[in-house]
Design a protein around this ligand. Structure first.
Ligand SMILES: N[C@@H](CCC[C@H](N)C(=O)O)C(=O)O
Length: 293
């Protein structure tokens, strides 16, 4: 039986999402419906789908509420191929923009908004370049898989980083190598991480550090979505990897240039470990109604 999906299209540095609201948690989409919505020719088009559900009405939301009772809304994130993901760094800024636009939440100046995600509760606040999200304590994923990509002459070691979702970051020689990659092909990892991975390719800007801020360029192949114009958690993983490789004295503030724009990353020591913060723009582009089978 076809039904009408009322949606809003949004984007953050060109990472684009189809958002809809289902406060009671009664209308989840099937993986096939998500893939149909994200189809750029036959659907709305997007790198992912975000469903706004009240945490109280979702099994995964119970953990979020136990962690932080203020996490009233849950970001139910799905990749374009219909697979689920724990977290989306660009998506959470767009999600907060959507909640505010729909009158579903308030964010007083200087305040934080807690959002439930499958990676745990993430807090978001306004920032000069849009919004800033506290992505929590990051960790090395404990692996250095070999990465092969189309038009990359030899396999390179990647660094596994977990920022709530899995990433493998690969350093390339120069801009030419970065521009020459063909990311319409899925990079091959060896060994294959159990849950798959988003794969980021990075090169340092020249100079690497300017006015105390580290600068890198990045392209990404996202798990479940293919090449995208940006990946927020990927930008964070990339900055963390480059700082790790650069060693002692490397900065804690980074500017990551992606094909769709620029995001900021900063690392801050806190009581429970080192947190990674991601900032960048978020925009709602249009509303619509899609008839779905
Ligand atoms: N684009 C997102 C990440 C979305 C999920 C990712 N594809 C995964 O499967 O983990 C971001 O901005 O972080």
């Amino acid at each position: 039986m076809p039904f009408d999906l009322r949606f809003t299209k949004g984007q953050g540095t060109g990472n684009d999402f189809v958002l809809f609201s289902d406060p009671e948690g009664e209308s989840p989409l099937t993986p096939a419906q998500i893939a149909a919505v994200c189809d750029r020719r036959f659907g709305v088009g997007g790198d992912g789908v975000i469903r706004a559900v009240r945490s109280a009405n979702l099994e995964a939301g119970a953990a979020a509420l136990a962690e932080d009772p203020a996490a009233v809304w849950f970001m139910d994130y799905w990749n374009a191929d219909g697979t689920v993901s724990e977290m989306c760094g660009n998506g959470i800024r767009v999600f907060v923009t959507y909640l505010l636009d729909q009158g579903l939440a308030e964010l007083p100046a200087g305040g934080w908004l807690s959002i439930g995600t499958r990676a745990g509760v993430r807090r978001v606040r306004r920032a000069p370049n849009g919004f800033e999200a506290d992505l929590g304590v990051w960790k090395l994923a404990g692996g250095e898989p070999l990465v092969r990509a189309k038009e990359l002459p030899v396999a390179r070691p990647g660094l596994g980083i977990d920022v709530g979702n899995p990433h493998v970051v690969v350093a390339l020689a120069d801009e030419g190598e970065l521009a020459g990659l063909d990311l319409s092909y899925v990079p091959v990892l060896e060994p294959v991480p159990e849950a798959g991975a988003n794969v980021e390719f990075v090169v340092p800007a020249e100079p690497l550090v300017e006015d105390g801020v580290g600068r890198i360029r990045m392209r990404v192949h996202e798990r479940g979505s293919g090449e995208t114009l940006s990946c927020g958690t990927g930008a964070v993983a990339s900055a963390l990897a480059v700082r790790y490789w650069a060693g002692v004295g490397a900065p804690d503030d980074w500017r990551v240039q992606v094909p769709g724009g620029v995001v900021g990353v900063r690392m801050v020591d806190e009581a429970d470990g080192e947190h990674a913060y991601l900032s960048g723009p978020a925009e709602l582009v249009f509303d619509g109604v899609l008839s779905l089978a």
